[in-house]
Design a protein around this ligand. Structure first.
Ligand code: FAD
Length: 416
């Protein structure tokens, strides 16, 4: 409709979804842009990579997500710039898109921190494509070793994971179960038990954002599953057949999983502003850009402070979702001539799972859970957050299959 304010949302991750939620069916024309035609539920990517879930379970059609949003239009296109003066968004394959209000939620990208060979020879785990490529690579490496057992001596069965945060820990635990529950039977001629899973982190403990007890529990749970830990160690180089650590240790492997860090999307550069931590865009208390009250930045790309604690908020799905909702409400306030509201994050805690029956959960007010209780809490929270009933049902079925059959059901490799 003519004369209605035009809102453009960049990115349909957690931040973009939150903003879409607040702007559904309001008196504004909203254009949602994403380079993919699906939303990715990143917390379960490692389960795609380790053959528990199908890619379609953690990727949800954006067109379907906005079916019921009568004021929305979606375009699958890559954003290449933002012109603050003209109030337009530049995209790869369409004319510039004008806006009256902009919500940027473009997320982050992997950061290899300049480690020699890491970009060329390691597998990041940040997108759905990354997860599928990693799964295919691991299955291919075992198939190749099965045909040529000499490859085993060259580290074909070893996997090195760089980064001991939740992604690294969850991936290491899931791989250990994939080896011990499936690969031992899938590859009877291979010494699967000699395959090593090694987790490397520069910090002295895994899961550094968690409290001491939970870190110690996670360490024990990983070691019980046969994961070797190299803590207080940085990776200095990655090659096609080995990884070198700061200590000089060289580990033979053809599979290096990079879960070692993030950098924000290049939004700060496009906006011509000085980036904050990790390339993020510093924002005001109401999530708007300094000097541009019509532009809001949320999620992993934003450096936002909690309006009550004044702490910089972490790059988490819950932060992005809540911030997206808040930015959407603030756009509405602007349209209606009302003042905007500062963003306050309601911390619901964070969790990580190490394997079946083993997880850690650090909740608000100093409450923490570990073991089976934390694992059940982890499963319930992730199911509740997954987008769409179809994905939830598929996940429940796959998890039950995995639990009772003791088998990861998605161990096939479809050539790309
Ligand atoms: C493996 C993994 C596990 C995680 N586990 C957890 C967890 O257990 N709990 C938790 O709270 N958080 C977790 N996180 C963090 C959480 O997923 C992120 O904080 C959250 O996704 C950030 O939301 P966002 O909207 O800012 O960015 P994203 O969700 O990354 O969304 C950004 C969107 O922008 C699109 N985009 C990017 N660049 C362009 C461009 N140039 N043009 C067009 N579109 C573009 C992308 O396609 C994407 O859809 C995890 C992250 C990863 C990678």
């Amino acid at each position: 409709m003519a004369d209605r304010p035009r809102v453009v949302i960049l990115g349909c991750g957690f931040g973009g979804m939150g903003a879409s939620h607040s702007l559904r069916d309001v008196a504004a024309d909203v254009t949602l842009l994403d380079k993919n035609d699906y939303h990715t539920f990143q917390p379960l990517l490692y389960q795609v990579a380790t053959a528990t879930l199908e890619p379609e379970t953690v990727g949800h059609s954006i067109r379907e997500l906005v079916h019921d949003h009568s004021n929305f239009r979606f375009h699958q296109t890559t954003v290449t710039g933002v012109n603050l003066a003209d109030r337009t968004v530049e995209v790869e394959d369409m004319p510039p898109i004008p806006y009256d209000y902009l919500i940027a939620a473009l997320g982050a990208r992997v950061n290899f921190f300049g480690v020699e060979g890491a970009q060329e020879h390691s597998f990041p785990l940040y997108t759905l494509k990354d997860a599928v490529q990693l799964k295919n690579h691991v299955l291919r490496a075992f198939e190749e070793a099965d045909k040529n057992p000499d490859l085993t001596d060259h580290g074909a069965l070893n996997i090195v994971i760089v980064g001991g945060g939740p992604t690294g820990v969850e991936t290491a635990g899931a791989l250990a179960e994939l080896f011990s529950m499936d690969f031992v039977d899938d590859f009877p001629d291979l010494p699967v038990n000699e395959g090593r899973i090694i987790l490397v982190d520069g910090a002295p403990a895994v899961l550094h954002a968690f409290n001491d007890d939970l870190r110690a529990y996670a360490k024990d749970a990983l070691e019980q599953r046969g994961v070797e830990l190299r803590l207080g160690q940085h990776v200095t180089s990655v090659g096609p057949e080995s990884v070198t650590l700061q200590s000089g240790e060289q580990i033979k492997t053809r599979t290096v999983i990079w879960a070692g860090g993030l950098q924000a999307s290049p939004l700060a550069k496009w906006l011509g502003i000085e980036p904050g931590r990790g390339g993020r865009v510093p924002v005001r208390a109401d999530l708007s850009l300094d000097g541009h009250p019509e532009v809001f930045v949320v999620g992993d790309v934003a450096q936002a402070e909690d309006s009550e604690t004044h702490e910089v908020l972490p790059q988490l799905g819950a932060v992005a979702l809540q911030a997206g909702k808040s930015a959407g409400r603030n756009v509405l306030n602007c349209i209606e001539g009302k003042p905007t509201e500062p963003f306050h994050y309601r911390d619901k805690g964070f969790m990580a799972t190490i394997g079946r029956g083993a997880a850690v959960a650090q909740m608000p007010f100093g409450v923490s859970l570990r073991g089976t209780m934390a694992w059940l809490a982890w499963g319930s929270v992730h199911l509740a957050l997954l987008t769409g009933w179809e994905s939830r049902m598929a996940t429940v079925i796959d998890w039950f299959w995995d639990l009772f059959q003791r088998e990861h059901g998605k161990r096939i490799h479809v050539e790309e």
